[in-house]
Design a protein around this ligand. Sequence first.
Ligand SMILES: Cc1cc2nc3c(=O)[nH]c(=O)nc-3n(C[C@H](O)[C@H](O)[C@H](O)COP(=O)(O)O)c2cc1C
Length: 540
Amino acid sequence: MGLLVIPALAALLAFGIWAALALSAGWLALVIVSGLLLLVGLYDVVQRRHSVLRNFPVLGHLRYLLESIRPELQQYFIERNYDGRPYDRDTRSVIYERAKGIHGELAFGTELDVNEVGYEFVVHSTAPLEPDEAQPRVRVGGPDCTRPYDMALLNVSAMSFGALSGNALRALNAGAAAGGFAHDTGEGGLTDYHLENGGDLIWEIGSGYFGTRTKDGDFDPELFRDKAAHPQVKCVSLKLSQGAKPGIGGVLPAAKVTPEIAAARGVPQGEKCVSPAAHRVFGTPRELVEFIARMRGLADGKPTGFKLCVGSRLEVLAICKAMLEAQVTPDFIVVDGSEGGTGAAPLEFEDRVGMPLTEGLITVHNALVGVGLRDRIALGAGGKVATGIDIVKRLAQGADYTNAARAMMMAVGCIQAQMCHTNRCPVGVATQDPRRARAVDVADKSERVRRYQEATVAEAQRIIASMGLPGPHALTPDMLHRRVDHADVRSYAELYDWLKPGELVAEAPEAWAADWAAADPDRFVPVRSLTTATRRGDLV
Ligand SMILES: Cc1cc2nc3c(=O)[nH]c(=O)nc-3n(C[C@H](O)[C@H](O)[C@H](O)COP(=O)(O)O)c2cc1C
């Protein structure tokens, strides 16, 4: 049937030629259009790449056209306020409105189904308090830190120069400077874009050690010492993994390694830039914590920590054992959830690898409590934190503070086009194309970042006050509730184990005992059954 287009176009062309000759020259338009379409149709039939065009010449192009505008059609006409992904329209609208200084309020009541399994809510008090005007701060800095930092409740999560444009970074950092919160550099190096507006920085290094690497790709301690000494660098962070792509590194194609990127990362220009899956500076939990101590020494006592997406509880416990044995603790740990974002990652990793934030955060919090080290280590959480209730929820689950990446991108103008990996970001936020990046007006967008952070934290404080609590520190798991089936609602205190301080070391509870016993400070082994498998392998 589809192939009938060719004779139909040929007939139209013949008719057009006859009409142009016999009737009027106006019919030439039909000759040109039908002639061109016939050529396209003939090409479609003989080409071999697209089966649909071979069977449906000319008409098949409609499929490609509609598919190319599918995300826009979906976002503008089809998605409902509460079911867009990764961020629904309601959430995006609240971010945009708060960033613009407009009231992020809605009329007529919730659109959520409060009877749906998985629905969550916090308990308010009949005697609510007035929220604090000032933003609360969380002290980051354990006993070995000589320059503690007071972290805001919501900060800019790691996003590198390379993933984001220079103007987007300028806006984020200027917003952080104006609002008094922290901005994580991401693993792509400490660049002028991060530095020129004076905002507080967490300098992150990943497995590529960009910005502090030797020619061979090793960690360069001298470079690290020099850069960590910058007064804007308030904390230094080692990235172990990221929720959207845990366990894999990344590749920046040669074409994207511009002179600027090459300089920022300390890699050769025009050559493929690889961040390996694993670190060279450590291979065991003990070496990891020893490297943290080394970083802190080189950073002259600034708060030093690491970021990870939790894979297995066993490895978290192994790191805790290493901390106890080496007598070294990081000053902070940031837990990233598998629901977190990225500039580019394979679908399988985005969807199915790594622990979601709720489980990861509760695991790390419990492990630290269980080994009696929780009070030395501040716990950050990242993974779709966008509104005040997201902050409150994560604090109730054990975090001390939160970070947001994509919500901050939206405050800078991101429209969730999900094109970060193409270099064709329509709003200039996640691109290295200078013509697109010029769309980001730094002065305007930095003010949006400041307003968004301020309004979101204010909303979190308002929720906390409505719960009758004096501040974020008073949040506990029993205040957060989840519907587990149509007739039953449970608090997080009931849903998860919550260890007592030092309990793992004194006598691990049954549910933790086997993992605690198997955790080895000198080996990363993600699951206990692997130990068995190795033993079986030995027998073969
Ligand atoms: C464009 C983009 C770039 C990112 N780059 C980094 C990075 O360099 N280092 C890192 O640790 N995480 C990186 N992330 C992950 C974020 O820091 C964050 O952990 C994750 O997106 C979860 O936060 P969100 O859900 O608020 O986006 C990136 C995320 C995005 C969206």
